[in-house]
Design a protein around this ligand. Structure first.
Ligand SMILES: [Zn+2]
Length: 95
């Protein structure tokens, strides 16, 4: 199943909300890069090279309704997204 196919620039969250995935459309679009990639990035940073690093990161989107994080870990948008829901902190556990 293609998750974006006919919906174009939206993905259906598990809560039913349609989440926009267009990079230029919103504030709920994220790119995940490894901290080690960031650390290894040459300084001073070249803007174009830094943009390429960010664009090579995994795509993630946050549902505006339920706040789930939707991440495409493998194969970009051709792959299956993973949904992460917020879980309250258990205040009874020691730090
Ligand atoms: Zn949702």
């Amino acid at each position: 199943m293609k998750y974006l196919g006919s919906m174009g620039s939206r993905i259906k969250c598990k809560c039913g909300e349609l989440v926009y995935t267009n990079l230029f459309s919103g504030h709920n679009v994220y790119r995940l890069i490894l901290d080690s990639e960031y650390d290894a990035f040459p300084r001073p940073a070249d803007d174009d090279a830094f943009s390429r690093l960010l664009l090579s990161g995994k795509e993630a989107f946050r549902c505006t309704a339920c706040k789930r994080l939707i991440v495409f870990w493998e194969k970009g948008r051709d792959g299956r997204p993973t949904f992460y829901s917020e879980e309250p902190l258990d205040e009874t556990q020691p730090d």
